[in-house]
Design a protein around this ligand. Structure first.
Ligand code: IVH
Length: 669
């Protein structure tokens, strides 16, 4: 494929996926084509065309917003909060037009809950995008809008209009919003209060790379300025035209004549559809479809006389906080859940709300007995917005001292909002997830013990802790639904063959909080034996490169627990084993007092592994060569540092010499 074909092929795939929701290519093939495109563009920057998919995140971060004057004013809509108001609005319009209401054709569209954006196409190419601002002047947000895959960079036509200003809503789909907030909670960063703020905050990002990761969408609902388009007689023709040009369609649009019953049934239908939609909607927009009638009605103040927004009822309600329960999640974190006097909000009765964590409770200043405002956005779990009135007999919310699932002590890691159950391996609420982590490919790699099987065995009580894996029998597995003798045999075989492991892998498999794959490897490399790790003090652990105080504390606490030690002993008894790592007692480290320098590319170890190895042997690892350097380890294509070492007569080693001097062959990956 030549460059042009490649660009249009990828744009076609993007259109199929992001506009039509109908993927037409496998991920691997897509990735390959995209890579080919980037390679071609790197080799021939002169090829790069504005519609190339690479140009979506190509823009540099901006440092200030540029103002943009709208050539056609961007209006807002009047709101109606009842059917009567809605119907009266169109009765009045009909009267002004000297028509009967039931002869007016109404077009109904979901009211998307995001922010209004205007897109300018110049001879078919996206030239800029702006926010609404005050309706007259908006802000240039081209850099973030370009990252939205449902915004075509080039209109899908061989005869583009000279000018086309497409207006529509940018929003964050429900799933993307939930994903964003879950990640923010996990990383202790800021949450967005709702999907609308998330969309607005993302569009106004200075850095387009951040926007590109957030999965916004665009759906058009009309035109601003346009020159050289076909002529339209109906609003619905415009929407059809825009879909042909490569834009998404607003789902669930309907046309009907403006009689009262039609508004009733349309509203009831949309209320039901609302929860099923992938994006949040906050009402329905009703428009007179005929463009000539629209023109003769015109505008009043800031809104058209031919369209109105029928808003859904408020999703916020006030109720009383009766109690706060703590639930133990699969990672041992205690999550507070608000128990409420049941209240009707956004169409359903609600008696629970999430509170995220204790920081959130503190931020809200919440106590039991308070009158609180809760919000139910779409079909997501309701949350507490604020305290409306303090209870007369209010009492503080206290984190239980003992885990509600297993009665072990509850603890809080310094600097973190979360409280956790301290039982780790023996807490029932954490069981299945811990076992899954332990057996996963990255860790013990028990290939035939998958998530489904673990849950089945866990729910039937056959697997309570990771140690129970080693006493599973053929019967335990074969008696489960969907399992047979043969598959049970396979599971037992993969358990048996997983027993030969590595110390770092085993340590990571235990799932100590914050101790990931890399951290576990460094610790193993440093202490060499499980006994040494289990006996290490906080200070000992902090000597390990890349191990901070939080990790060190978690490790010490983990091994202090008698339950955890018993489980580990059972596993070792069952035959889990690893090859010895060359032993060096910490006190007599062979390279103590020496300074080593690494240069060039190493083949077997990564830079940080080599550094950790040398440091665990007692050496200091420096970045440059001087007279004080003891040894230089030179990898492939070592440059000036090697030359300096040779000049100064400093000892030089290659990677193989380093490995054979200090590492047993087995402990390498
Ligand atoms: S039509 C001249 N249609 O709601 C009126 N607006 O509250 C043009 N909105 O500023 C707006 N979905 O950002 C229209 N299907 C839809 C819409 C919609 C969401 C937003 C839009 C507008 C606001 C007014």
């Amino acid at each position: 494929m030549n460059y042009k074909e490649l660009v249009s092929q990828i744009n076609q795939w993007d259109h199929d996926y992001y506009v039509l929701d109908h993927p037409t290519v496998a991920d691997a093939e897509y990735d390959l084509a995209f890579r080919a495109l980037l390679d071609l563009e790197a080799a021939h920057p002169e090829f790069i065309s504005p519609e190339s998919p690479s140009q979506r995140v190509g823009a540099k971060a901006i440092s200030d917003y540029v103002k943009i004057e709208h050539r056609v004013k961007m209006l807002s809509l009047a709101n109606a909060f009842s059917l009567e108001e809605t119907y009266a609005f169109f009765e009045k319009a009909a009267k002004e037009l000297n028509l009967s209401a039931d002869s007016l054709k109404i077009f109904s569209e979901p009211k998307l809950d995001g922010l209004a954006i205007s897109l300018h196409y110049d001879h078919g190419l996206l030239s800029y995008a702006a926010t609404r601002g005050d309706g007259l002047i908006g802000e240039d947000v081209t850099h973030t809008i370009k990252t939205i895959k449902s915004v075509p960079l080039k209109l899908a036509t061989d005869h583009p209009p000279e000018t086309l200003e497409v207006r529509g809503e940018v929003f964050m789909p429900k799933l993307a919003f939930e994903k964003f907030n879950q990640q923010a909670l996990a990383h202790n960063t800021k949450l967005f209060v709702n999907a609308r703020n998330a969309a607005a905050g993302t569009v106004r990002q200075m850095n387009p790379k951040i926007a590109a990761d957030r999965d916004l969408q665009f759906i058009p609902y009309g035109l601003g300025d346009y020159v050289g388009t076909p002529s339209f007689t109906q609003h619905s023709d415009i929407l059809a035209y825009l879909h042909d040009l490569g834009f998404r369609k607003n789902p669930h649009c309907y046309a009907f004549l403006a009689c009262y019953e039609a508004f009733v049934s349309n509203y009831e239908r949309m209320e039901q559809i609302r929860a099923l939609l992938p994006m949040q909607i906050d009402g329905i927009v009703y428009k007179i479809d005929d463009l000539a009638l629209q023109a003769s009605l015109g505008f009043i103040a800031r809104s058209p006389k031919w369209a109105i927004a029928r808003k859904f009822p408020a999703e916020n309600s006030v109720t009383e906080l009766l109690a706060v329960d703590f639930q133990v999640g699969r990672t041992g974190v205690l999550t507070p859940v608000a128990r409420l006097t049941p209240v009707f909000v956004g169409g359903v009765t609600v008696s629970n709300a999430t509170l995220h964590n204790m920081d959130e409770i503190e931020r809200l200043g919440l106590q039991i007995g308070d009158k609180i405002e809760i919000q139910r956005a779409g079909d997501v779990i309701p949350k507490v917005v604020q305290v409306v009135e303090r209870g007369a007999h209010r009492s503080p919310i206290i984190v239980p001292e003992r885990c509600p699932a297993c009665n072990a002590q509850v603890k809080q890691t310094e600097g973190q909002a979360a409280f956790r159950c301290s039982a780790d391996l023996s807490c029932g609420a954490q069981g299945a997830e811990r076992i899954r982590h332990y057996a996963s490919r990255k860790f013990m790699n028990i290939t035939n013990l998958g998530t489904k099987l673990i849950e089945l065995l866990y729910n039937t009580g056959r697997l309570k802790t990771i140690a129970d894996i080693y006493s599973l029998t053929i019967d335990d597995i074969a008696s489960l639904e969907g399992q047979g003798e043969k598959s049970a045999q396979n599971v037992l075989e993969s358990i048996a063959s997983s027993k030969q492991t590595k110390l770092g892998t085993f340590l990571g498999a235990l799932g100590i909080h914050e101790v990931g794959e890399e951290g576990a490897k460094s610790i193993a490399q440093y202490f060499k034996t499980l006994a040494a790790i289990m006996a290490a003090s906080l200070e000992d652990l902090m000597q390990v490169p890349d191990i901070g105080p939080v990790m060190a504390k978690n490790i010490v606490e983990f091994f202090q627990s008698a339950e955890n030690r018993t489980i580990i002993a059972k596993i070792i008894d069952a035959g889990v084993t690893w090859p010895a790592i060359a032993e060096f007692a910490i006190a007599q480290r062979p390279l103590a007092g020496q300074t080593w320098v690494l240069t060039g590319t190493l083949q077997q170890l990564t830079r940080s592994e080599a550094k950790a190895l040398l440091e665990s042997l007692g050496a200091k690892v420096a970045g440059s060569v001087s007279k004080k350097t003891s040894v230089v380890v030179a990898g492939v294509e070592a440059g000036s540092k090697l030359a300096t070492a040779q000049e100064l007569g400093i000892k030089v080693m290659d990677e193989a010499e380093l490995l054979s001097a200090f590492v047993t062959a087995d402990s390498l990956e």
